[in-house]
Design a protein around this ligand. Structure first.
Ligand code: 13P
Length: 256
């Protein structure tokens, strides 16, 4: 736990495409009740609702220790891009963070690392902290290419311009997302050490200068163990963040 004494622990809820105003208000209020007490100097709690709910969640979390973020942004500041949302628009709606390069976008929307890089740079330029996702597929892990995949993704996606220390990296093995299958502690520690080495060798960041989170089937039952892994500075939570009790239990795990 030594590394966590000088770096915050980030607990991020990625709601994905779930929620309407009524359910979102109820979920956020319950999380706020508990997280308002639990979020502290040491723990940053961030809710990433669908874009339609961002203003609502931003209003609900205003003047509380809980922050909110978007789930994606466009690389351009504005323009003729029907259906897209820029980083500046997310900021305007009250976001302070934005997830970029989630595997559901890399795979489902054919986003390249180059595109993710542009989005991350756009986020920094708009004053948002990008949560940059990387992670290997099951086939890549089975073929012994997990480290290479993450190296390539990081090299190509990490922003090179702006206040790059504000980036948060999230390691999300694709095979662990929504499957209930969690990477084991030694694999997580190994990959996080690999990412820390890359952040130093490729980008010149000192150890723990950039936060690196784990994501993929994080639940109350495994959160404490994951958060204890060396090099893990928080978790990116999908389905368990839709259940207030479970999400609060995960925030609790970060306190212990
Ligand atoms: P699950 O926690 O549902 O596996 O999702 C993880 C994720 O994709 C968070 O961004």
């Amino acid at each position: 736990m030594a590394q966590k004494t000088y770096m915050k622990t980030y607990i991020i809820g990625n709601w994905k495409m779930h929620g309407v105003r009524t359910s979102a208000r109820a979920l956020a209020s319950t999380v706020l009740d508990a997280a308002g007490r639990l979020a502290s100097q040491k723990t940053e709690v961030i809710l990433c609702p669908p874009a339609t709910l961002l203003s609502l969640i931003a209003d609900l979390t205003y003047n509380t220790p809980v922050r909110c973020g978007g789930q994606d942004c466009h690389a351009e500041a504005e323009g003729a891009y029907t259906g897209e949302i820029s980083a500046a628009m997310l900021r305007d709606a009250g976001a302070t963070y934005v997830i970029v390069g989630h595997s559901e976008r890399r795979a489902g929307h054919s986003e390249s690392s180059r595109e993710v890089n542009r989005k991350a740079e756009a986020a920094l330029a708009a004053g948002l902290r990008p949560v940059l996702c990387v992670g290997e597929s099951l086939a890549e892990r089975k073929a012994g290419r997990a480290m290479d995949t993450v190296r390539r993704q990081l090299r190509e996606s990490m922003p090179r311009q702006g206040d790059t220390k504000r980036v948060i990296v999230a390691y999300e093995p694709v095979w662990a997302i929504g499957t209930g299958q969690v990477a084991n502690a030694s694999d997580i520690a190994e990959m996080h050490a690999h990412i820390a080495t890359l952040l130093k060798s490729e980008f010149g960041f000192a150890e723990t200068e950039v936060a690196v989170l784990y994501g993929g089937s994080v639940k109350p039952a495994n959160a404490a163990e994951i958060l204890r892994c060396p090099g893990v500075h928080g978790v990116l939570v999908g389905s368990a963040s839709l259940n207030a009790e479970e999400f609060v239990a995960i925030i609790n795990a970060a306190q212990s």
